[in-house]
Design a protein around this ligand. Structure first.
Ligand SMILES: NC(=O)c1ccc[n+]([C@@H]2O[C@H](COP(=O)([O-])OP(=O)(O)OC[C@H]3O[C@@H](n4cnc5c(N)ncnc54)[C@H](OP(=O)(O)O)[C@@H]3O)[C@@H](O)[C@H]2O)c1
Length: 312
């Protein structure tokens, strides 16, 4: 039985990774902060490990003793994504862990460079930590979670105005994978030793913004007026304008993702779904007919200013 430690085990994605790993017969250790222990669901093969990445490598070390794979699904600013994950990596090195999946789970952030996206930059800095590490890095890229991409932060759907907004011509395919499907793929990848030292791309569905609008109209049974907001060049200019004007990164970071999605640099390459045939991802149509129907009516609660987004 493979032993996997999951950091961020109480989060939206991490909790589902834990469930999928248990379903696949893994022995799972859940790194969980004291304040969040109650969020864990009991299971005979699940061991709660109370700790915080901020505790440092020495304190984290005993949690990773005997662990083969570490999966991180934490979220936060540089103190978590860079400093905290580095402490976990140092602990994993000392314990002889084979592989670590960092908390990337994004568009193909290694398809573009520094300065395009502030949250990608944190993950890129952490990825460099593996250059001198004995632990092999396995990065998982999935494209956009529709749970966020169709939420208020991305400014695509506006249910009150009945509009669907597009930057660029709307014809370039974009990569979309739901949170449950990302968790299912990640559990399979975590238990697949072939992924050591690789960036693994998997996807739910690829479709253009114009096709996505058709899916939204079909699922909602209503018309969504197409708003063409400008070219991708205009989008880049809007990001820069907001960076100077914004009081919080929440006001521009979603558009930073869209720059890389719509100029194609973040497109997934060498998609490996075929390596995991038992993971059958949800189509966008099925997502919109189920949980995704909430996008048509329920506005998301605005985030507190200055808070690092839990996701984009
Ligand atoms: N591709 C996309 O469109 C997309 C969208 C959203 C998210 N994501 C990515 O998915 C990943 C997971 O995001 P999420 O939305 O699932 O995050 P989330 O729900 O906010 O969960 C974050 C988890 O990290 C834990 N955590 C935070 N700081 C910690 C620390 N110092 N020590 C230990 N644990 C800590 C939290 O614990 P507590 O329960 O104690 O707070 C929680 O379990 C992130 O890499 C995110 O960028 C991608």
């Amino acid at each position: 039985m493979t032993t996997v430690l999951v950091a961020g085990a109480t989060g939206s994605l991490g909790s589902l990774i834990v469930r999928n790993l248990l379903d696949r017969g893994a022995d799972v250790r859940a790194l969980v902060r004291q304040s969040s222990v109650d969020k864990l669901v009991a299971h005979p093969n699940l061991t709660p490990c109370v700790g915080d990445l901020a505790d440092g490598a020495d304190a984290l070390r005993h949690h990773v003793d005997g662990v083969e794979v570490v999966v991180s699904a934490v979220q936060g600013g540089p103190e978590v994504i860079i400093d905290g994950q580095r402490e976990l990596l140092r602990a994993a090195e000392r314990a002889g862990v084979h592989r670590m999946i960092p908390s990337d789970f994004s568009i193909n952030l290694f398809g573009y460079g520094y300065g395009v996206n502030i949250l990608s930059d944190l993950r890129r800095v952490f990825a460099d930590s593996f250059a001198t590490s004995t632990v092999a890095r396995t990065s998982v890229a999935v494209g956009a979670f529709p749970e966020y991409f169709l939420g208020a932060i991305h400014e695509v759907l506006d249910p009150a105005a009945g509009t669907f907004s597009v930057w660029g011509d709307g014809t370039r395919p974009i990569d979309i994978t739901t949170i449950p499907d990302t968790a299912a793929f990640t559990a399979a990848i975590a238990l697949d030793p072939r992924t050591a030292g690789r960036e693994v791309h998997v996807v739910g569905e690829r479709l253009s913004m114009l096709e996505l609008r058709n899916e939204v109209e079909a699922a909602s049974g209503r018309r969504w007026d197409l708003v063409r907001r400008g070219t991708v060049r205009d989008l880049r200019a809007e990001v820069v304008r907001r960076q100077f004007a914004a009081s919080s990164l929440v006001e521009y970071v979603a558009l930073q993702y869209q720059v890389a999605m719509f100029d194609g640099t973040a497109s997934l390459r060498d998609v490996r779904n075929a390596d995991y045939p038992d993971v059958v991802p949800t189509s966008v149509a099925a997502y919109l007919a189920g949980a995704g129907a909430a996008h048509f009516t329920v506005p998301e609660t605005a985030r507190r200013q200055g808070e690092w987004p839990t996701a984009v």
